[in-house]
Design a protein around this ligand. Structure first.
Ligand code: ZN
Length: 151
């Protein structure tokens, strides 16, 4: 990662950690899944309100490290208004991005603001932090229980 990318990665994560988006409860959520990453202690609840097949509203609450919180925050901004299928596609791309070996090229245009998480590749311990909220979202969309754990 060059210095400019590293600086951007740190800035985006700090900004979202300080000022997370959609950091609230959805009292009438259709689905609600709690995600837990025992390795780091990250614990978030993801709320989803569906409108047919579309994710009409998405929010999260909880606490965790800056990477997990900023990833959850950015996820909500990217996913809101998308269909379930789109959300699954975006998750696959995001997952490929963060689990690829450092230096693997990626499509910045396609990934948009998620590309900043390519920085996570250099800190493998943080991959579970970055994907935690996403795993909770996938479980919510598939209606698979109310709790997911990375372990
Ligand atoms: Zn963490």
């Amino acid at each position: 990662m060059d210095n400019a990318t590293r600086a951007l990665y740190e800035q985006v994560i700090l900004d979202h950690n300080r000022n997370p988006q959609n950091f609230r409860e959805i009292p009438d959520a259709d689905r609600k899944v709690e995600g837990y990453n025992p390795l780091c202690g990250d614990q978030f609840t993801v709320y989803v309100k569906m409108d047919g097949d579309r994710i009409a509203d998405i929010a999260f609450q909880g606490s965790g490290c800056a990477v997990s919180k900023s990833s959850a925050s950015i996820m909500t901004t990217v996913i809101k208004g998308k269909t379930r299928q789109d959300a699954e596609e975006i998750f696959k791309k995001f997952h490929r991005l963060v689990t690829a070996p450092p230096g693997t090229p990626y499509d910045e245009k396609e990934l948009g603001k998620l590309s900043v998480f390519s920085g996570v590749r250099e800190y493998p311990i943080r991959i579970k932090c970055a994907t935690l909220a996403w795993h909770a979202l996938m479980a919510a969309l598939e209606n698979q229980g109310e709790r997911v754990s990375t372990e």
